[in-house]
Design a protein around this ligand. Structure first.
Ligand code: PEP
Ligand code: MN
Length: 339
């Protein structure tokens, strides 16, 4: 349920309600809006004396949260969540469109630094790259591990780009949080609940990829796990789902953007690389994502895609990225956004 405070409620009024909520065995999340404060209370509501809270000083009303995902829902917070990422604190979820790009995997110092410089020069705000890779086959490249994280940190120091990298296992979350600006939770791990909770405690924004067979509701409930563990900074990433279709690696449902907008305040980023599997489809799907209202795109970009250790077929070159940026800017402006 949500306790809506009257405009002008003082800190002690809010504290009084929070104490009551704790007495009833619920967890509180206080959200300070532009004109009023709301206190979202989650837990077993059978234990609650709703009247006691409703009669507390400066409480306007107590309303139930109908959505199963509570903190992620628009019922709790109507304003879009803006998440500032990286050393330059780029505000993802605001008016500006954020372009994050980089190789599927960190492969070498030269590869990551060359790519990072090109992304920065093109106007990107984030550098992606896996140091720990969740590969379908155990015999394929598994990533550089901690050495890869060190290279990503070096690329950030030189370019100012925000580092986005995946933690595949609970025990990798801490080291990823130490080196990166955004922890990615991959599609295969969207319902790995201990990992979601660990990411929720890591103190860095989380980019949560939709599972390849997860429904929209399951996706938002996975985000809820991270928020409930204490981290409100969750970026939702659609990366395509598995269907019967074979001309693409995954089917990229851009209709999830308006569907999510009706349900959640969290920023939405689209990954057209995994969402199609083909580099030649990435520019047009990126433009479509921005036209449809995405807050950003995350693209695989490699200086030599033919020799990439993973996902080369869906990686665009820095030159293609550079050309795409100009077109993305025009589309962004057409939908009242900036790039
Ligand atoms: C990736 O970003 O390289 C990746 C493995 O993505 P996904 O989890 O969406 O498959
Ligand atoms: Mn990949």
């Amino acid at each position: 349920m949500i306790v809506v405070m009257k405009p002008g409620a003082a800190a002690e009024d809010i504290k009084h309600v929070v104490d009551l909520v704790h007495e009833f065995g619920l967890k509180d999340h206080v959200i300070y809006g532009t004109d009023r404060t709301v206190i979202a209370c989650v837990g077993d509501k059978r234990t609650v004396e709703k009247d006691a809270i409703e009669n507390a000083p400066m409480v306007e009303k107590v309303v139930p949260i109908l959505a199963p995902y509570k903190m992620a829902s628009l019922e709790v917070k109507r304003e879009k969540t803006k998440i500032c990422i990286g050393p330059e604190r780029f505000p993802l979820g605001g008016v500006k469109i954020g372009v994050i790009a980089g190789p599927c995997a960190v492969e070498s110092r030269e590869q990551i630094l060359t790519t990072a410089r090109a992304i920065k020069a093109a106007g990107g705000v984030g550098l992606r790259g896996g140091a720990f890779k969740p590969r379908t086959s155990p015999y394929t490249y598994q990533g550089m591990g901690k050495a890869g994280l060190e290279l990503l940190a070096e690329a950030r120091a030189e370019t100012g780009l925000a580092i986005v990298t995946e933690a595949v296992a609970v025990e990798q979350v801490e080291v990823c949080a130490e080196y990166a600006d955004v922890i990615q939770i991959g599609a295969r791990n969207m319902q790995h609940y201990p990992l979601l909770e660990a990411a929720g405690k890591a103190g860095k924004p989380v980019l949560l990829k939709r599972g390849m067979s997860a429904t929209l509701e399951e996706f938002l409930l996975a985000a809820e796990y991270i928020i409930n563990a204490g981290n409100p900074n969750v970026i939702l990433c659609e990366r395509g789902i598995r269907t019967f279709e074979t001309y693409v690696r995954n089917t990229l449902p851009l209709a999830i953007i308006p569907a999510l907008r009706e349900r959640t305040h969290l920023p939405i980023v689209i990954d057209p690389s995994h969402g199609t599997g083909h580099a030649h489809m990435v520019p047009s799907m990126s433009l479509a994502a921005v036209a449809t209202g995405a807050d950003g795109v995350i693209l695989e970009c490699h200086p030599d895609p033919e020799r990439a250790t993973s996902d080369g077929a869906q990686s665009i070159t820095p030159q293609t990225l550079n050309e795409l940026m100009g077109r993305l800017k025009r589309v962004a402006e057409a939908v009242d956004r900036e790039l």
